[in-house]
Design a protein around this ligand. Structure first.
Ligand SMILES: Cc1cc2nc3c(=O)[nH]c(=O)nc-3n(C[C@H](O)[C@H](O)[C@H](O)COP(=O)(O)OP(=O)(O)OC[C@H]3O[C@@H](n4cnc5c(N)ncnc54)[C@H](O)[C@@H]3O)c2cc1C
Length: 460
């Protein structure tokens, strides 16, 4: 166990090793990862299971990928009388959809309003912004209509300014967003920020009261249940290994055999590989991670997050946090350096450091879970949906903001498959650029992030 200057890990009542504290994790003084689970916290309430199903010979539509995009598409297709098989390489819900922070925004674009207008022109930018706001209402409606019990709550978001000048820029941007997309917000100056957050690390911030949170694992489990009830199949351990087209029909090859389909939807986002090279060139997968604390004392908890909102900052290398639904735990997220699937506490150290910078009071809080997943980045930082040259439908590239967007794009791509005009979106006619040198872009991710961190830490 511990030696030298390393802190001894506490021993739990049943003799096992207790989870490391946030301080130990932040200082790299964890001597053993025992007591720290590298599985998503969300999986405790919604464990992943892979029931084995024989692969049917045919389906109207085969969906590749069982995250929110794939499941939302499947549900829409089933409600329109189509037979659907969702193929998943891992266990159903293996990807980002059961690993994310469960924060849902109403702006939903990666750009300030003025920047988006400069990039896309006023008309297109306004349409994209309005649709972004609608995505939040749509997911709320879906959860309501399908009666999915997933702790969906309009808790509001506090977005903290990390520099004084960010506060003013954010105030202008919030006003632009209100005028164009009707998104309500208000500013909270530094002198009053303790009404929103028990931290002095910021220079005030904005509140978007309509923003929301949910439990991603339970949301995913609810979608799976509705798909099953509607006669759809989600098959795990069934990677699509090859897709070929013969006349009007597709054949998808999996380790379980072949399945023929009238149409195929690719919904692989940050887990997109070379299966469809045209898409592989357009997505760079970036690792993103989260840590969860154990339960923290009531008084501390109420002081740190008095209104139980979701929280984020104005950094380029973004971190975000929230409470776990119904528990006094903090869930804290940000980027992880090297892909996903990390099972060394080292990969999550900087998350604990960031958390202690904002909430020094959490130094002795145990860190019980640390996990990661892949987000799918596009070159123009905009999600895309449409059809490849070979006729495959796709919806992906949410650039880390995908709980509502994936649900929305999944529904829209399904409506396109069945030729409904409601499938139209403001994103339809956007060119989908490849990364100029994809292999270099993939490798350069950690370098670019280090540069952004440096710029956040200095005034560059
Ligand atoms: C750590 C983390 C935190 C995040 N936090 C937030 C947040 O707070 N708010 C927010 O809005 N967004 C967040 N996101 C982003 C959001 O989770 C994603 O944008 C969204 O879940 C994408 O859903 P998806 O269905 O498109 O992809 P995924 O859920 O990633 O699903 C894709 C699936 O495709 C499967 N697959 C890949 N290739 C094949 C194949 N050949 N055959 C079969 N299956 C295949 C994968 O195994 C995977 O399960 C976060 C993401 C991560 C990783």
């Amino acid at each position: 166990m511990a030696s030298g200057s390393e802190i001894d890990l506490k021993v739990t009542k049943d003799g096992g090793l207790a989870a490391p504290t946030a301080e130990q994790l932040a200082n790299g003084r964890v001597t053993s990862s025992e007591g720290l689970s590298f599985k998503p916290y969300w999986w405790d309430a919604a464990p992943r299971t892979a029931e084995s199903h024989p692969l049917p010979a045919n389906a109207d539509v085969v969906v590749v990928g069982s995250g929110f995009t794939g499941l939302s598409a499947a549900l829409t297709l089933l409600h329109h009388g189509r037979s659907v098989v969702v193929l998943e390489r891992g266990v159903p819900g293996f990807g980002a959809s059961t690993r994310n922070g469960g924060q849902i925004g109403s702006g939903n674009q990666k750009f300030r309003v003025k920047r988006l207008i400069a990039l896309r022109g006023r008309k297109k930018a306004e349409a994209m912004l309005r649709e972004g706001a609608r995505m939040l209402d749509d997911i709320a409606q879906l959860i309501d209509v399908e009666k999915i019990d997933c702790h969906f709550a309009r808790c509001g978001r506090f977005r903290a300014a990390i520099r004084p000048e960010h506060y003013d820029a954010m105030a202008r941007d919030m006003e632009d967003l209100r005028q164009i997309a009707g998104v309500e917000s208000f500013m909270v100056p530094k002198a009053e920020q303790h009404t929103e957050i028990g931290s002095d690390a910021f220079f005030g911030g904005s509140v978007l009261p309509g923003d929301a949170s949910l439990h991603p694992g339970l949301y995913h489990a609810g979608l799976m249940r509705r798909i099953g009830e509607a006669g759809g199949l989600v098959i795990g351990n069934a990677a699509a290994q090859d897709i070929s087209r013969d006349g009007g029909r597709f054949t998808v090859t999996t380790p379980l055999g072949k399945i023929a389909a009238g149409e195929v939807i690719i919904a692989t986002n940050g887990y997109t590989d070379r299966l469809v090279p045209e898409l592989g060139r357009r997505i760079v997968p970036i690792g993103s991670g989260l840590i969860a604390t154990g339960e923290i004392p009531e008084e501390t908890f109420a002081r740190l997050m008095p209104k139980g909102r979701v929280y984020g900052n104005t950094n380029r290398v973004f971190y975000y946090f929230r409470a776990a639904p119904g528990e006094r735990r903090v869930i804290w997220g940000g980027r992880v350096g090297r892909g996903a699937g990390n099972t060394s506490e080292r990969a999550f150290r900087h998350l604990a450091r960031d958390m202690l910078h904002v909430f020094p009071d959490l130094a002795s809080a145990p860190i019980t879970h640390a996990w990661d997943g892949m987000i799918g980045y596009t070159y123009d930082e905009v999600p895309h949906l449409g059809r490849t040259g070979a006729g495959l439908y796709y919806a992906l590239g949410y650039c880390g903001t995908g709980v509502s967007r994936a649900t929305y794009f999944g529904n829209k791509i399904a409506l396109k498959v069945i030729g409904k005009s409601e499938g139209r979106t403001a994103f339809d006619d956007l060119a989908f650029p490849s990364f100029p040198v994809h292999a270099i872009a993939k490798r350069a991710v950690p370098v670019v992030e280090t540069w952004y961190r440096f710029r956040d830490a200095t005034k560059l």
